[in-house]
Design a binder for this molecule. Structure first.
Ligand SMILES: [Fe+2]
Length: 291
């Protein structure tokens, strides 16, 4: 009998992004990705849009101090805490102002902090927007991705300790698991809420907003055009996840993705393996092979 991980279901709820100029970064995300900003404290802002929210604060430029995953209920949160304690994992205090205080924070081997929690009530609401703008475009915060110089250590942590479900791998040799270069993980039926790419160093890779349709990708691209922001990659379609996408870069050089049609995979579905080549990363055109 398979023991199911308590991490299921969990959805990416928010990220914290840091900057040496947090006001400028908050202005960029508000304008470019349709957020309304509310102050949460000195140099910390809550950005909210339809289905998406971020914390932007003062810190190392381009740092991403934590990834917040929303769980279903308090029982699940208890089970996550117990599971991690049983495995001897150090549980840290939650730094997230968006989750209740009993949120569970755990650091991966590369130092990324995942926080599992339940949304806190009483936070500032954003005003209703009735006129069409970036603030009314769909775009649910959906996945976050990191790059690592030690993929095996990271995949062991996310699979064996946290209990994310592998959806797809990319490997140099599809018959040899030791040659894996990319791993996509789901924590609910959406193909991935987290992924990790092998690279020359530990760094942010990208985060993504899932829209309702291909037409929304058109509308977002037209919106980027109105801001004189060039698409950095795409439009295209990823092999793993089968999602339509484009990406732009934020002021700290981090990629941000607009995605649609992300594949739905039942929990029991086994992971597949793709060759690490441009076509796997973009079925329509040039791939982004991480260095
Ligand atoms: Fe992505």
């Amino acid at each position: 009998m398979t023991t199911l991980s308590p991490i299921w279901p969990a959805q990416l709820d928010h990220l914290r992004l840091d900057s040496n100029d947090p006001s400028a970064l908050a202005d960029f995300y508000a304008t470019t990705f349709g957020f309304q900003a509310s102050p949460l404290g000195a140099d910390v802002q809550l950005l909210q849009g339809p289905g998406r929210r971020l914390i932007i604060g003062a810190g190392d430029p381009g740092a991403r101090p934590y990834h917040g995953y929303r769980v279903a209920d308090r029982r699940q949160l208890h089970d996550i805490r117990s599971s991690l304690q049983t495995k001897g994992v150090n549980i840290e205090p939650s730094p997230s102002p968006l989750f209740d205080e009993d949120a569970v924070a755990v650091r991966d081997p590369d130092g990324w902090l995942s926080v599992f929690g339940l949304p806190r009530t009483g936070l500032p609401s954003h005003p209703v927007v009735n006129t069409h703008s970036a603030l009314t475009l769909s775009g649910r915060l959906q996945h976050v991705v990191v790059a690592t110089d030690n993929l095996a250590r990271m995949t062991a942590f996310y699979e064996d300790i946290l209990g994310f479900t592998p959806s797809d791998y990319c490997s140099a040799d599809v018959h040899d698991p030791t040659t894996r270069k990319v791993a996509f993980y789901r924590s609910d039926p959406e193909h991935h809420s987290f992924a990790v790419f092998s690279a020359s160093e530990v760094r942010c890779d990208h985060h993504a907003y899932e829209v309702d349709s291909w037409n929304d990708i058109r509308d977002w691209a037209d919106h980027m055009s109105s801001l004189q922001i060039k698409l950095w990659w795409g439009p295209g379609r990823h092999g793993p996840g089968n999602n339509l996408f484009f990406m732009i870069k934020d002021p700290h050089g981090h990629q941000v993705e607009i995605s649609a049609e992300l594949e739905i995979m039942p929990r029991e579905m086994a992971p597949r393996v793709w060759p690490l080549e441009e076509r796997s990363l973009n079925l329509w055109g040039p791939g982004w092979i991480r260095d």
